[in-house]
Design a protein around this ligand. Structure first.
Ligand code: GTP
Ligand code: MG
Length: 330
């Protein structure tokens, strides 16, 4: 059975709402990337070196990242040879299949789930540079967990930027989740201390901790993050259970640079890739996973409260090639 047929079957077993989110959120990338691939396969009569060279350019143009592109195209060449594929159209399904394998072989798939504690409090710390979508992601996630029946609290750890506490409170009201805060300018570590004690006494399941946007090259801000983490560690052994680095997909390769420096400063356990809906270069997901070996745990596919999804390589590839997948014959 072809990869597209298999994918179609799998997707039909999923809840429609989720696959639709990926499809809608990736429409810019799909229009850009998949259209180019379509155009490529229709222009070539046979699969030759020139074909692969053009494919490389398309992939690099979609922010897949140089190393990943080389690896992917290498794999493709082998597969084309092994299966003796002559028709460029047949390569399309192989490309999508390889995108999934490249993503999945880069790490343990089970790692892409959020590390939730079965008993007691789960603390999740969000870090990243200014404006990437930390606060928005926390709001969306609070909504998600609350709708699953969990008791959620948010900690207003960005005491630095004007209006940051209020922004989190707006989300709190919108999704019906309390925010633990202090006055602007307070020590963020003290806010975390308060928030953890509130979470414990209210028997919350999840505490989502906002932090100020910080430039990765500002040493004092990075040190501040370590202090925040130390307080959390001291108050809840084993916490924070996740340190999620939020990256803005529209910043392309710069997101990779940010990830590398944050990774050096603190142990990042996962990535939240936001604004995938706002870029035509959604290939950055693959670059992040393959080059950093950090799992992308969540993706932002829009600004609304339900526009946050657990990342899933197959749904992602479906979002990229949904028209072809849908056309696959039963
Ligand atoms: N289209 C789209 N916009 C998003 C997404 N996530 C966040 N945004 C927007 O990005 C902007 C910045 O989001 P914030 O959540 O304030 O970012 P932040 O990282 O908390 O920023 P600072 O607190 O300034 O460091 C807002 O306008 C959000 O609506 C997404 O997945 N898609
Ligand atoms: Mg913020």
């Amino acid at each position: 059975m072809s990869f597209f047929k298999k994918l179609k079957e799998k997707m039909s077993q999923q809840t429609n709402a989720v696959t639709e989110k990926f499809k809608d959120g990736l429409s810019k990338t799909r229009n850009n990337f998949s259209e180019k691939v379509n155009d490529l396969v229709s222009r070539y009569r046979k699969v030759d070196e020139d074909f692969f060279e053009e494919l490389e350019e398309i992939l690099i143009g979609a922010d897949v990242g140089f190393d990943t592109v080389m690896e992917l195209v290498d794999e493709l060449k082998k597969e084309v040879k092994r299966k003796n594929i002559q028709d460029p159209r047949e390569v399309q399904a192989v490309i999508s299949e390889k995108l999934v394998t490249i993503y999945e072989q880069a790490g343990d798939e089970s790692m892409s789930a959020i590390n939730m504690q079965k008993d007691g409090l789960t603390v999740i710390l969000f870090v990243g540079v200014n404006g990437v979508g930390k606060t928005t992601t926390i709001g969306k996630l609070a909504h998600l967990y609350k709708s699953e029946g969990k008791k959620v609290l948010m900690a207003a750890g960005d005491t630095f930027r004007a209006g940051a506490i209020e922004q989190l409170e707006v989300w709190g009201e919108r999704v019906g989740v309390d925010v633990i805060k202090q006055v602007a300018g307070s020590d963020p570590a003290a806010v975390m201390y308060d928030a953890i004690h509130a979470a414990k006494s209210r028997q919350a399941d999840i505490l989502l901790c906002d932090t100020a946007g910080r430039l990765q090259n500002k040493v004092n801000l990075m040190n501040e993050l370590e202090k925040v983490k130390r307080v959390i560690e001291r108050e809840v052994p084993g916490a924070p259970h996740e340190v999620l680095l939020v990256l803005d997909a529209t910043t392309g390769q710069n997101a990779l640079v940010q990830a590398k420096t944050f990774k050096e400063a603190t142990n990042v356990s996962g990535i939240v890739l936001t604004k995938l809906d706002g870029t035509a270069k959604g290939g950055i997901v693959l670059a992040i996973r393959n080059e950093l070996k950090i799992p992308v745990k969540l993706v932002g596919l829009g600004e609304k409260m339900d526009d946050l999804q657990n990342f899933d390589a197959e749904k992602y590839v479906y979002g990229l090639f949904s028209n072809l997948v849908e056309e696959a014959e039963e």
